[in-house]
Write a protein that binds this ligand. Structure first.
Ligand SMILES: NC(=O)C[C@H](N)C(=O)O
Length: 375
């Protein structure tokens, strides 16, 4: 469902005249003698949030133990000349390792993106890779960006390392955001020459440059200044769009809080006491279950007694939780367990949190998760 309170007002509202590199903005309004004037370049907003891409290590061979140190302005100085590709404007939203990204930072990013959508043709966000997939999932779930691409980018090597990947990743992200082929694709991730859907991407390797994986397939590739998309513009068909009624005023957004949802990781001998204890500190819970929804019977019995919604996700990287694998409800009315479908525990946590923020009933939460073949 589109976010009706966001006024999407790209530079070129009319699709025919809005092609980034071929047509100048508002061609119809240009007087005949001005038609030979240079074409307007797309306007790209770049937000810096930190991460390894903004980090410095102790030596050029260090690829761990570094610290976040560079501003977005400094990062842009290492990028090849983009003056012929787009006009940029940049802003530092925060400068942290992505382990520090929490709801209040997410809302800052949400507010920044919402306001940039009014005046920019594309948005780029630098972000640490560890929790990048959670932020992209949140933004895709809460913002309908219309035609404007929102491209997230990070790196796996600090800026000081030999063969640092940050400058090339950032350059590619800017080119992707400025390219007319990216219009209508929503939240994208540009890393290691691959373009992916922010909704589906997952970090699957803690160390290598090829750290992200998308079982649903990469959307495209970047080679030698060429962007090759494999599909026409597409957005994830299963994404539930939340229309958050938020006041984007800086002071009010910093006061906004989201309901607490914790994740419990299952293992042999997992104790029902742990589940009980965690439930006392949250309004919703996600369990990374064994296999496709398996938990010991005494743990299932404990979950069924809890007064909060509990989403069953999985430890396994791939696959899904079929509803048929959930424990049997004592009564339909009191049934508090929801299958996550294809969503991993951290994305399930964000989806449950958004549902609870919207004060959805368990039945409504079930409907939202059924979109990802859970429920
Ligand atoms: N490669 C990275 O960006 C990892 C870093 N720890 C972060 O998420 O901020």
């Amino acid at each position: 469902m589109p976010n009706e309170d966001i006024e999407i007002n790209t530079i070129c509202a009319d699709l025919e005249s809005s092609q980034f590199t071929l047509h100048a903005c508002g061609n119809d309004d240009i007087k005949p003698d001005e038609k030979s004037a240079p074409r307007r370049l797309p306007k790209i907003k770049i937000f810096g949030t930190g991460g390894t891409i903004a980090s410095k290590g102790a030596s050029s061979s260090n690829t761990a133990g570094y610290r976040v140190d560079l501003t977005i302005q400094q990062l842009l100085q290492a990028v090849p000349d983009i003056s012929g590709i787009c006009d940029i404007d940049y802003e530092q939203l925060c400068n942290v390792d992505s382990k520090e990204i929490n709801e209040s930072v997410l809302l800052k990013i949400y507010a920044g993106v919402s306001s940039a959508l009014q005046t920019f043709d594309g948005i780029v966000i630098t972000h640490g890779t560890d929790t990048l997939a959670e932020t992209t999932f949140f933004i895709e779930s809460t913002i309908d960006s219309g035609d404007v691409p929102i491209v997230f980018v990070g790196s796996m090597r600090p800026s000081t390392s030999v063969s640092a990947d940050g400058p090339m990743n950032l350059y590619q992200a800017i080119c992707i955001a400025a390219d007319r082929q990216s219009r209508g694709r929503g939240v994208l991730v540009s890393l290691n020459d691959q373009i992916s859907a922010g909704y589906y991407i997952t970090k699957t390797n803690a160390n290598t440059l090829d750290s992200f994986n998308v079982r649903q397939g990469y959307l495209g590739n970047f080679v030698n200044n060429e962007i090759h998309y494999y599909y026409p513009p597409v957005k994830p068909m299963v994404c539930h769009k939340f229309k958050l009624q938020l006041n984007l005023d800086k002071s009010l957004i910093s006061q906004t809080t989201f309901p607490t949802v914790h994740i419990v990781y299952a293992h042999q001998s997992i104790s029902p006491e742990l589940i009980e204890l965690v439930s006392q500190h949250c309004e919703g819970m996600v369990i990374a279950t064994l296999g496709a929804g398996s938990l010991p019977a005494i743990v299932n019995d404990k979950v069924l007694e809890l007064p909060i919604p509990v989403v069953y996700s999985k430890r396994s990287m791939d696959g899904m939780i079929p509803k048929a694998n959930l424990p049997k409800p004592k009564s339909k009315e009191s049934f508090n367990i929801i299958a996550s479908g294809y969503l991993n525990p951290e994305k399930s946590r964000i989806l449950l949190q958004l549902c609870l923020f919207e004060k959805f009933t368990v039945e409504e939460i079930r409907d939202v998760f059924s979109g990802v073949y859970g429920g």
